[in-house]
Design a protein around this ligand. Sequence first.
Ligand SMILES: [Zn+2]
Length: 236
Amino acid sequence: MMALTRRSVVVGAALSAAAGVAGCGQDTRRTGPAGPTPPLAGEPVIPLTDAKQASLTELFDGPNGLRLDIRYATANNFTGRVLYQSARAFLVGVAAQDLGKAIALAGKDGFGLTIFDAYRPWSVTKQLWDATPPAKRSFVANPARGSRHNRGCSVDIGLHRLSDGQLVPMPSAYDEFSDRAYRDFPGGSAQERQNRDRLTYYVESAGFFGIANEWWHFDHRDWAKYPVLDVVFSAL
Ligand SMILES: [Zn+2]
């Protein structure tokens, strides 16, 4: 059984990249293609709210190494509040397909991918921004520009062992706003760093690229083709 199921077909949806570039946090991309079009300064993004313009593929728990642990659907996140009404995950079709490649790679080594977050409605990005102290806002996307999560092109991922389902330890917790979250943080144990680098290898080999300050966050390389959305899960 495939864990990736297409719920709706094709967007066409390529809007210009001009609307914004923030990922989970600021655009501190370390790797990846030469670079998408930068945002136009002072041009706030206008999210699309029409569900028909959102062509997203839902990700499901599956026996093939994909597991959902959607933290914003629980109070177990840095805001301490439930921000999603249901624990669901969506990506644009090409990103969902490519995630399947990462799952296959990880599976060969006995690991699975745990999804903490994927598509995030713009209004939730706004709530995260408002809940974050100004000094820590490099870790959250500015709603004026939107997040790549709002485009269904970003995914937050942890790694678990297929043998017992346990998440493997990383140098920091998910959504920990500290230096330990940096992808090149030299501290923590050798095992933690190896786990982080292993995750990066699987996901970057499949068409995504990581950002510098969050080991869990990956953007799909085609993110600039897709619009910022503000459509709730129940409408998808
Ligand atoms: Zn993220």
